[in-house]
Design a protein around this ligand. Structure first.
Ligand code: ADP
Ligand code: GLC
Length: 467
């Protein structure tokens, strides 16, 4: 596999959770999976073994020096691509000034390094690439290596975790990713006068998958197709929807080192302790033990539907509820939650941060978990919430619609503040019937979204590709 994030090495969102758990599940099922990842700043090399030194990657006229290190996590080999000029920086994709200007080069080198690993270190049967950062792998194989015996018969599966991040760059960068239009066909890479790496992978990979069945349907329509729907429809016969799983080793209230007390469907007492601890942690008074506590853990982007929260903020504060939000991203949403917290410090709290420990405490300590997403390819937090007995309120889109049922959570379909508000009110009313609410929590806690069955589907897909 090739990707830009994987727990425990580097994480900004759900892709990392998938890359930390799916390979392990596949290996447990008898496959042999290794993961190629940039060695960002902060990824220690102690204990890692250098398996290739001084690899030179040529992209046009520029050469990039790379070392490859092999380390293990949960028994899975991770190949770290070490090139300090490209990856030894504060951020993964960018810093306070926005995305790094050379991201096309940074991830072209990742893709080339993955191909060098295939050539020199370990040749798999299938290369499974994730998102635009690994999108050049199938393009290089098709355009540059088609006659190279090492790559004969090698198949490429490309997984889309989010169609809205496409890796778009001006056409002038083509030579900088080793695809000079004067010497090689670049039409696969071009769309609407730009380089579009996601589109290039969609047309070049042997098969495509995305992270829920619902999203696999949605991205073939204009509404959520982000201008790539026609390319996806053209490949409908090799486009698969495979739901992500949950790593219950990291996300279970029975056994979570981050939370104040363990609990389970059979013994829920610890959940109240967790709620109290969460209130303490974010500085909300204990009086909130008596009202429903809503939790949010999210990247603050348009995708996640916080414009709907902003739309009905005035009505929300009038309800008898408390709310804790953890996230960071677009300034308007950081400000919106910040304003709510300063105006109502007794009931609203926000932490603008990335904080894994607090993310676990919110899953455990809240009564209701809010995900009003505009679109959601899969979404992991709603599945974590089910396991922690924090009843999800979600918009019925993509993976949220596929994983939340009327009996385990609350859904609304229309993308409007009014629909969100009505659904939150329904949940608040339901919360008051403690017996019915507890049954709903228990039903959610009993759902099983472990990786086994999804990993088996990937495994089958790899085998189909090789037939
Ligand atoms: P996405 O990948 O679109 O961000 P997912 O629901 O698939 O959404 O996954 C998000 C993951 O990132 C979850 O593991 C969630 O707990 C984590 N996460 C998101 N924001 C934060 C944050 N501010 N602090 C800690 N963890 C976060
Ligand atoms: C993306 C999507 C999210 C999905 C995650 C892992 O970040 O936004 O819905 O769960 O990838 O596949």
């Amino acid at each position: 596999m090739v990707a830009s994030e994987a727990t425990p090495f580097a994480k900004t969102g759900g892709l990392a959770d998938v890359m930390g758990a799916l390979p392990q599940a596949l290996n447990a099922g008898g496959d042999e999976v290794g993961v190629v990842l940039p060695r960002y700043r902060g990824i220690a090399l102690e204990g890692a073994q250098r398996v290739y030194a001084d690899l030179t990657i040529w992209l046009g006229l520029a050469q990039w020096k790379v070392d490859i290190y092999r380390t293990e996590s949960a028994g899975v080999p991770y190949y770290l691509v070490d090139s300090p000029a490209l990856y030894d920086r504060d951020g993964i994709y960018g810093d306070g000034d926005g995305d790094y200007k050379d991201n096309h080069i940074r991830f072209a080198v990742l893709s080339q390094a993955a191909l060098a690993i295939v050539r020199h270190v370990w040749r798999p049967d299938v290369v499974h690439c994730h998102d635009w950062q690994a999108a050049l792998v199938p393009v290089y194989i098709r355009q540059l290596l088609a006659a190279d015996p090492t790559f004969l018969g090698l198949r490429v599966l490309f997984t889309i975790h989010n169609l809205s991040y496409q890796g778009k760059f001006p056409l002038e960068i083509l030579p900088e990713i080793g695809m000079d239009p004067r010497t090689v066909s670049t039409s696969a890479l071009e769309l609407a006068g730009e380089v579009n790496l996601l589109k290039a992978a969609i047309v070049s990979a042997d098969a495509i998958s995305t992270v829920s069945e619902g999203y696999a349907r949605e991205i073939q329509e204009p509404e959520l197709g982000f201008a790539l729907d026609s390319f996806l429809r053209a490949r409908a016969n090799v486009l698969h929807g495979i739901l992500n799983g949950v790593d219950y080793g990291s996300w279970s209230p029975e056994n979570d080192a981050c939370i104040a007390a363990p609990y389970s469907a059979g013994d829920l007492a610890g959940k109240q302790i967790c709620k109290h601890d969460l209130l303490d942690e974010v500085g909300l008074p204990s009086a909130n033990m008596e009202r429903p506590l809503l939790g949010i853990v999210s990247r603050f982007t348009n995708q996640k539907g916080f414009d709907l929260v902003a739309e009905v903020a005035g009505e929300l504060v009038a309800e008898d509820l408390a709310l804790v939000a953890l996230g960071s991203g677009q300034p308007e949403y950081e400000r919106m939650f910040g304003d709510l917290a300063s105006a109502h410090p007794d009931r609203f709290a926000v932490r603008v941060a990335y904080d894994n420990r607090l993310a676990h405490k919110i899953e455990a300590g809240s009564d209701i978990f809010l995900m009003p997403s505009w679109f959601e390819p899969c979404g992991l937090n709603q599945m974590y919430s089910l396991r922690y007995g924090s009843v999800p309120v979600v918009r019925a889109t993509g993976g949220l619609d596929d994983t939340i049922e009327e009996t385990t959570g609350f859904k609304f379909r229309e993308y409007s503040g009014a629909a969100l508000l009505e659904t939150i009110r329904t949940a608040l009313t339901a919360w008051k019937d403690r017996a019915a609410w507890t049954s709903m929590m228990r039903r959610g806690m009993g759902k099983d979204f472990s990786w086994n069955s999804s990993a088996a589907r990937y495994s089958e897909l790899y085998r189909d590709l090789l037939r």
